[in-house]
Structure formats: structure tokens, C-alpha cells
Design a protein around this ligand. Structure first.
Ligand code: HEM
Length: 167
């Protein structure tokens, strides 16, 4: 049976106009980018953040330059375990001024992590050489490594801790 299009019927006319309209939309799409780029969610989707999130730089820290990142003086909180500096800002509840592990913030936490203690005597004063950890037992070293694994899977490694006078 031959298929013929009779534009005389209203349905066919409507379909024909719709097809014409659809084809012209494909060939000449309406501009989807508004004149001004939205920065805030108002009437619809906005795709630009107000400001770029701060980039995390890998840096060399010393006990003295790490200390200000103690959760009181700056927004960021850092701590080091066995020379690896972690950004633990996301764990503010743990490491902030009122956190259970606040002592570790801005400090070399290696010994405390190894010995499972947050006592102040686990910390080496910031003007002294780094804790060599050479008196630790193997199980304490393993415990510290376990914490490094835990922190590596949870926080960003953002630097290395070296002696005060080496930079
Ligand atoms: C009374 C003893 C302790 C209790 C009740 C306790 C409780 C907790 C709890 C509930 C968490 C959160 C676990 C999670 O949500 O993943 C945690 C994490 C942690 N605890 Fe303890 N803890 C105790 C002792 C210690 C000690 C002595 C240390 C010393 C090294 C320690 C170091 C940590 C660390 C480093 C974390 C991980 C925090 C993080 O993920 O950033 N805890 N503890």
C-alpha cells in the first residue's frame, strides 16, 4: 500500500509543523549559556563556586613551621607521623582545641601513635631534634604504621616533616 501525506488534514498539518519546528531546533539550537554566568543558586543550576577551593600543596615542614597548624591559630590542622604530614582539618572533632586528640595537632604525633597514648610527654618540644623513635619496640612501630595506613586512607598527605635547621 502506498503511503501518502495529505497535508490537508489538521493532524498531518500539525505533525508536519512539529517536525519542521524540531528540525530547526536541532539545526539552530537556542543558546544555553546565559549572558552572565550565575554564581549562586537562584532560579536554576549554577556551576561556578563562589571561590576556588584552596589548593593543597605538598610542602616541607619543620616542627616549628608545623606547630601553627594546631587548630587554634589557623583553620587548617596538620599533624605528622613518622615524617609524613597529614591534613587532618576534616577531623576537627578529634584534633581541634576541644578534641580528644588535640595534643597531636600541629605536632609530630609518631610516639603517641606508636604507644597508643595522647599524653603530653609523647610530644617532643618543637625546638628540639626530631624524635628518632629508636627505642620503640617492634609492636609499637607496627602500631604506628597501622595509624599511618588509617590516616593515608582518610586524610590528604600534604608534606614531609624534617629537622628545624634543615630548611
Ligand atoms: C578511652 C580510650 C579511648 C576511646 C574511648 C577512644 C575512642 C575513639 C573513637 C570513638 C574513635 C573514632 C573512631 C572512628 O570514628 O573512626 C577514635 C579514633 C581515634 N583514636 Fe581513640 N579512643 C581512645 C584512646 C585512644 C588513644 C590512647 C589514642 C592514642 C593514640 C587514640 C587515638 C585515636 C586516633 C588517632 C583516632 C583516629 C581519629 C581519626 O580518624 O582522625 N585513641 N577513638
Amino acid at each position: 500500500m502506498a503511503l501518502s501525506l495529505n497535508l490537508g488534514t489538521p493532524v498531518n498539518t500539525a505533525l508536519f509543523l512539529y517536525i519542521l519546528y524540531s528540525v530547526q531546533r536541532i539545526i539552530f539550537p537556542t543558546k544555553s549559556t546565559p549572558a552572565t554566568i550565575p554564581h549562586e543558586f537562584k532560579a536554576g543550576y549554577s556551576w561556578l563556586p563562589k571561590s576556588h577551593p584552596p589548593a593543597v600543596l605538598y610542602k616541607i615542614y619543620t616542627p616549628k613551621t608545623l606547630e601553627p597548624f594546631n587548630g587554634r591559630d589557623k583553620e587548617r590542622i596538620l599533624l605528622a607521623i613518622n615524617g609524613v604530614v597529614f591534613d587532618v582539618t576534616a577531623g576537627r572533632n578529634f584534633y581541634g582545641p576541644d578534641g580528644m586528640y588535640g595534643n597531636f595537632a600541629g605536632r609530630d604525633a609518631s610516639r603517641g601513635m606508636a604507644k597508643q597514648s595522647f599524653d603530653l610527654e609523647m610530644l617532643t618540644p618543637i625546638d628540639q631534634p626530631l624524635d628518632k623513635l629508636d627505642d620503640l619496640r617492634q609492636d609499637e612501630i607496627d602500631n604506628m604504621r597501622g595509624w599511618i595506613d588509617h590516616f593515608s586512607s582518610k586524610y590528604i598527605i600534604c608534606g614531609k616533616l624534617v629537622e628545624n635547621d634543615s630548611v
